[in-house]
Design a protein around this ligand. Structure first.
Ligand code: GLU
Length: 439
């Protein structure tokens, strides 16, 4: 067995992640976390350094300047990225993030996690991620359209329905995907619905895509609660993030009987013992843009939400929020990672020592890319599935992956994260081995 392995990759080159706007820990470094997870899996699998280096390194990275003409007439410039981490199992796949703190190392980490996520769920893709270092809330819709179209033009040579298929992530949505689809199609001379997923349904989006990540989070959260002997109608939960993932996850958990006692967004958190009225909270968010000030609950500090005395904690916002500084204070028995990379490597060790069951991101939040895959299949066949068909297939894939990861972990005495990563890495390495090295 080759002992791993920080030496096999240049971990030191991963600069600390600023993350000021996201509430993440200031020292959060998602690339170092992603590499340390890979190193652990590779150590377990006994792979040689050459293979480890190949798995740790993106196949292709593109950094682009994205000039934007503002509505006032002046011009400004943003930096955009698209990182394709791996293609061994199929076209690269992954979201596009608009956030001020986006940088190349974060995109590299997110692309690597997409590779493992797709492999773990047996979706025939490699992994990619893109981003623009931009605060979307600071721009008009017209400016966001121009910046999206220009970014798309800049990455045009490396994307395509059989090359690399973007999707929404933090700060982007189905409208962003519609602009990308249109820009790509205009440049191709015909409509190419398979170029992106997470499109509006009117343009070939899939039923169930918008809520797919949240549904997947809920399926594994309920399975994990059952695994530790908790009935949903006796369980309490806190959800960090009330956006694309957190808001619907809170709702679906509540529908299953879980008392969702606290939720937060980037402005603050609200708490109510016994459970929040999520329908009323959703109306409040629609009216005010934030959970803060919701009359049916007490205001609490956003960071304090992570330390509440609940059974289930769902971090569904950004990277690095559970770290060495607060992991010892997490009181939940089960953590289900709705976000990508919410737990740092140091935070993960502390949770494991304390016996907290962590359902890792590459399993917990895979519902989004599963239904992205369904959307791509439907677009390629020009044949549409009903919402109940999409949901049944999503549930089947989520629960089968949960069972597989749990069995692998229990048979070998591993954490769910190490089991999930090792299973995924094994599948990618097997595809790589079968294809052979060219030339
Ligand atoms: N951005 C989502 C994720 O992190 C979805 C990616 C996709 O559907 O391609 O999994």
């Amino acid at each position: 067995m080759t002992l791993l392995a920080d030496s096999a990759v240049d971990v030191a080159s991963a600069a600390p992640h600023p993350a000021q706007h996201t509430g993440a820990h200031p020292a959060s470094n998602p690339l170092a976390d992603a590499r340390s997870q890979l190193a652990e899996a590779v150590g377990l699998l006994g792979y040689a350094d050459g293979l480890h280096r190949m798995l740790a390194t993106p196949r292709r990275e593109l950094t682009v300047a994205v000039p934007l003409r503002l509505d006032g007439g002046e011009t400004t410039l943003f930096t955009g990225y698209r990182v394709q981490h791996n293609f061994s199992r199929g076209p690269a796949k992954g979201g596009l993030r608009y956030a001020p703190n986006v940088d190349l190392d974060e995109v590299r980490a997110l692309a690597m996690w997409m590779t493992w996520k797709c492999a773990l769920l047996d979706v025939p893709y490699g992994g990619a991620k893109g981003g623009i270092a931009i605060d979307p809330r600071a721009h008009s819709v017209a400016e966001l359209e121009r910046v999206t179209r220009r970014y798309t033009s800049e990455i045009l040579p490396i994307i395509g329905p059989e090359r690399d298929i973007p999707a929404p992530d933090i700060g982007t949505d189905e409208q962003t995907m519609a602009w990308i689809m249109d820009t790509y199609s205009v440049n191709s001379g015909y409509t190419v619905p398979g170029i992106v997923t997470g499109k509006p349904i009117a343009l070939g989006g899939s039923q169930g895509r918008a809520s797919a990540t949240s549904r997947g989070v809920t399926h594994v959260a309920l399975a994990a609660l059952a695994h530790v002997g908790l009935r949903p109608d006796r369980a309490t939960a806190a959800v960090q993030g009330f956006g694309k993932v957190g808001a619907d996850a809170a709702r679906f958990l509540a529908d299953a009987g879980v008392a969702v006692e606290a939720v937060s967004d980037m402005y603050g958190a609200v708490h109510r013992a016994g459970g929040l009225d999520l329908a009323a909270l959703t109306d409040h968010v629609r009216a005010t843009g934030t959970v803060v000030g919701f009359p049916g609950a007490d205001s609490i500090d956003g960071a304090a939400l992570l330390e509440l005395d609940v059974d289930l904690l769902v971090p569904a916002a950004v990277e690095g929020v559970i770290h060495e500084g607060n992991a010892g204070a997490v009181r939940a028995r089960v953590v289900v990672e709705g976000a990508n990379g919410p737990t740092t490597a140091a935070g993960d060790r502390i949770l494991a020592e304390r016996g907290v069951l962590v359902v890792p991101d590459i399993l917990a939040n895979a519902g989004g890319v599963i239904v992205s895959y369904f959307e791509w299949v439907q677009a390629n066949q020009a044949y549409w599935w009903r919402a109940d068909e999409v949901e049944a297939r999503l549930e089947e894939r989520m629960l089968s992956a949960w069972g597989h990861v749990l069995g692998y972990a229990e048979a070998r005495g591993l954490s769910l994260r190490t089991a999930a990563t090792a299973l995924a890495v094994e599948r990618v390495a097997e595809a790589h081995r079968l294809r052979g090295l060219y030339p």
